[in-house]
Design a protein around this ligand. Structure first.
Ligand SMILES: [Zn+2]
Length: 384
């Protein structure tokens, strides 16, 4: 089963590792950082995923459920740990929910909603066969969700990002040539059958604090393990996370980068951050992007760049306005000869500087971009 994973923006933590999708609740009032408890919980969950994989010849989700239950029962603060997980396995889809998290499973003429908080301890189910259309898992914020968001928000290959939930779209890829920006998760839902008002719009997923991005705790370091990932060279932390060689602390787990590991290692590049749009939408920087009113016109799209179609009421956005390019560990912006230009404001600076058309400029984390009447902020944990 090949599923395409999409993340619903939000303040909690979402990870996709080797086909397994995990959401962890971040209930602190502060923004998610490497020190947040949710990150420690996610680390532990992924450790158990790896451990379960080493115990099962075929993945069923059972070994994970046993490990997770034992771990939770051994914790005094077990009710503070809230997470949900979807594991596609050989016998169907395993669903594990603990605390205020919800899973939505949908197939042809069928929908099932499972709530972690309804269970005495945890929800531990294998849904067989796996839902034909999609399976999603969300952290409950107020009223739990009972429907899927629309496809095409943004996808997550392997890694961890801030979010309130994740959807695994099964089967055929929905036909979404351009990722159209929408007003947050489920804003103006196209699915009317529930009769519910659309869910509340989430705040932008990240504040000033650095959130965590990670290429996932891959068990092997074989650089060609992922045919789609871009291979870069970096330093590995003691726990095996690949990092920009210029950082002092691992952006995935926060530990200091030991300089004795000063050997460049090849590996799949983790996402280099996110681009946050002024309406709270966000795009994970895991590939080049072409931004504009009709970005599909660009020849880069379909080769290795994603089209980001942005409506702009000001009329100042060109059809193909600008490109975001990922080069090794850097994020660059390139004006594509737009009529009104691409303006950059480095962090802490009062004024906008117009980028020379056709000349890529490296963006510092915290930089803002003005394209027509829309403002983007580049946020990344990979800053120096
Ligand atoms: Zn690390």
């Amino acid at each position: 089963m090949t599923a395409r994973v999409e993340v619903v923006p939000g303040r909690h933590l979402v990870a996709s590792v080797d086909g397994v999708v995990v959401v962890v609740a971040h209930r602190d009032s502060t923004t998610l950082t490497a020190e947040s408890e949710a990150v420690a919980v996610l680390d532990k969950v992924l450790e158990m995923v790896a451990e379960a994989a080493s115990r099962e010849t075929r993945r069923t989700g059972r070994a994970f459920a046993r490990l997770a239950s034992t771990w939770l029962m051994g914790r005094e603060d077990e009710e503070r740990v809230e997470f949900g997980m979807l594991t596609p396995g050989t016998r169907g889809l395993a669903v594990f929910l603990h605390g205020r998290v919800t899973a939505v499973l949908e197939g042809e003429g069928y929908r099932e909603v499972l709530h972690g908080r309804d269970a005495g301890f945890s929800v531990d189910r294998v849904v067989s066969p796996a839902p034909g259309r999609a399976a999603a898992v969300f952290v409950d914020d107020g009223e739990p969700r009972d429907s899927l968001p629309r496809a095409g928000v943004w996808s997550l290959r392997d890694g961890r990002v801030p979010g309130s939930g994740a959807v695994m779209w099964m089967g055929d890829k929905p036909d979404t040539p351009a990722r159209e920006v929408r007003a947050g998760p489920g804003g103006r839902s196209s699915r009317a059958e529930t009769g519910r008002p659309p869910p509340r719009r989430n705040p932008p997923p990240m504040g000033q604090d650095r959130a965590n991005f990670d290429s996932g705790s891959r068990r092997t370091s074989a650089p060609d393990a992922s045919p789609t990932g871009i291979i870069v060279h970096g330093f590995k932390c003691a726990r095996g996370h690949l990092n920009d060689p210029r950082v002092s602390f691992c952006v995935a787990c926060g530990i200091r980068m030991e300089q004795l590991t000063c050997v460049l290692t090849a590996g799949v590049r983790p996402p280099l951050g996110v681009l946050l749009l002024d309406d709270g939408s966000s795009y994970v920087l895991d590939s080049d992007l072409v931004i504009g009113r009709e970005p599909e016109r660009s020849r880069q799209v379909g080769r290795d760049a994603q089209a980001i179609r942005i409506p702009d009421a000001s009329g100042g956005m060109s059809r193909v306005h600008a490109e975001i390019r990922l080069l090794e560990w850097d994020v660059l912006v390139l004006d594509r000869g737009s009529a009104n230009g691409t303006h950059i404001r480095p962090p802490g600076r009062p004024d906008w500087v117009r980028a020379a058309p056709g000349h890529p400029t490296v963006l510092e984390p915290g930089s803002q971009l003005l394209l027509g009447g829309r403002v983007f902020t580049f946020d990344s944990p990979h800053g120096r």
